[in-house]
Design a protein around this ligand. Structure first.
Ligand SMILES: [Zn+2]
Length: 97
């Protein structure tokens, strides 16, 4: 899911408000600038053996993820868009206007 400019601004606002110290990188410690992704990715539920990508399972649950990348070392932090209140857990639609 690619965010619109308006949705991207809402994501930036929500993450900045909830994590005011986030722009300092916890991995490299250099306080690098971080880039908030404009794409919501999906993290699928694991189904052993072999995982969901290797077997045919319908109705697989997944988590909508927004990545934030350190522009210096490449470390990535993942945020659950449902927990941030941005994606409706039932419909999967973006909740904010
Ligand atoms: Zn870093």
């Amino acid at each position: 899911m690619v965010l619109t400019d308006e949705q991207y601004d809402i994501v930036l606002s929500e993450i900045s408000e909830r994590h005011p110290g986030l722009m300092a990188c916890a991995s490299c410690g250099r306080g690098a600038i971080k880039t908030v992704g404009s794409i919501v990715y999906e993290l699928p539920e694991f189904h052993p053996p072999g995982g969901v990508l290797n077997i045919n399972i319908s109705g697989v649950r997944s988590m909508p993820i927004i990545p934030i990348t350190c522009d210096d070392c490449g470390s990535v932090e993942l945020f659950n868009a449902i927990a941030l209140g941005l994606i409706d857990e039932i419909t999967g639609n973006f909740k904010k206007p």
